[in-house]
Ligand binder design. Structure first.
Ligand code: CP3
Length: 350
């Protein structure tokens, strides 16, 4: 029996030899799956992530149907702001909405750096349940939002195309903004450490809104805090994946942030990214999620192009360049998994 340390996914994260390229998909548990929608008909999204039994079942759904090489915890990045004292609602068709936002010194002071077992114990319980159910060859990925991405939601109070309110706060009150980023960083560090202690085999930091900042601001207000999170983590060899959407301008700096794996979005040329990182970190990505909406021939052509660019070198985890779209056909997602397994094996054996 394969131990989790010998799994394709963890070996690829550590840039060790693999016979085929592992694959998982961001947002692999979600609305494109009929078995997810069946549960969603009975419960609202928050009940689903707050109930460890439901979170466990939903985490395992794509592992069963797609046979991906890793599971990702079913939860949301916004549980951290919630635990810090900002209630969030997920409104149908509108996405997340916060009743209170944070913009003053007093509001920052009022936020807690939460006690993990007390306020996020349901996540840790879900991790323990999932680990007890998972096949030992399939690692479990825990995750958190990056401090900058969480800051965006906490200041803006909702989703946005450009997070102009969050950026305005950053530039008008940089000192206050930094004190908020510090507080979020402390919470994220404790949260990811607790996930690892509960059994997560790797963790991913999602910086979904990296792309709204200029490169120099990105390094000062986001990357700096990601590095701090990684430095502060209590871990025992569990890899850290950093996925920054729209931050390819800072790839060279990202290589130095302490991540074992960098996730790249689909606007980055895989071969160029590979040349830039020089084997110093593994790469994860980066098929455009909309490719899965097209037919098998297109999926095949685009997938082969990424696999060829990755070549035989160790250190590639196949993924989409962002989350799978809710309109994706599950059979296309399954086709992608089988294709990556078969074709990468041929390339690696050649
Ligand atoms: O990858 C996985 O399968 C794990 C589950 C996961 C979810 N959200 C489930 C979810 C993960 C890793 C996330 C991360 C997340 N959440 C991010 C970062 C990654 C990214 O996509 O950029 C962000 C920005 C959020 C915040 C969030 N949660 C938004 C903006 C929304 C609404 C938009 C949407 O897709 O509906 C959510 C809701 C959400 N999170 C759903 C799921 C399955 C949909 C809930 C539903 O209505 O069933």
């Amino acid at each position: 029996m394969t131990t989790v340390e010998e799994s394709l996914f963890l070996r690829a994260c550590k840039r060790l030899f693999v016979e085929r390229t592992p694959i998982w998909m961001m947002r692999q548990a979600g609305r494109y799956l009929p078995e997810y929608r069946a549960i969603r008909e009975k419960y609202d999204f928050q009940t689903m992530y707050r109930t460890p039994e439901l979170a466990t079942e939903i985490t395992l759904q794509p592992v069963r149907r797609l046979e991906v090489d890793a599971a990702i915890l079913f939860s949301d990045i916004l549980v951290v702001p919630e635990a810090m004292g900002l209630a969030v609602e997920f409104v149908e068709g509108k996405g997340p909405i916060f009743r209170k936002t944070v913009q003053t010194a007093e509001q920052i002071n009022d936020l807690n750096v939460p006690d993990m077992e007390e306020s996020l114990g349901y996540v840790l319980e879900a991790i323990r349940m999932i680990k007890a159910e998972l096949n030992s060859a399939i690692p479990l990925i825990g995750f958190s939002g990056a401090p900058w991405t969480l800051f965006c939601y906490m200041v803006e109070g909702r989703g946005s195309k450009d997070f102009a309110t969050a950026r305005r706060f950053l530039f008008e009150q940089p000192g206050l903004a930094e004190s908020l980023l510090e507080k979020i960083t402390a919470a994220v560090t404790a949260y990811l450490s607790a996930q690892i202690a509960a059994g997560a085999d790797a963790v991913q930091i999602f910086d979904s809104w990296a792309g709204v900042l200029a490169p120099h601001h990105y390094r000062r207000y986001s990357l700096k805090y990601i590095r701090k999170v990684i430095e502060g983590l209590r871990r025992d060899g569990q890899p850290v994946i950093v996925f920054c959407r729209g931050a390819h301008h800072s790839l060279a700096a990202l290589v130095e942030c302490g991540a074992d794996v960098l996730g790249i979005d689909w606007t980055v040329d895989f071969a160029a990214a590979k040349r830039q990182v020089q084997g110093r970190v593994a790469l994860q990505g980066n098929l455009d999620p909309a490719i899965l909406l097209a037919g098998p021939e297109v999926i095949r052509e685009e997938t082969l192009a990424i696999l060829r660019a990755a070549g035989r070198d160790p250190g590639h985890i196949f993924n989409l360049g962002h989350g799978i779209l809710p309109t994706t056909r599950p059979d296309h997602a399954r086709y992608l998994v089988d294709l990556v397994h078969e074709e990468s094996q041929k390339i690696r054996a050649s």
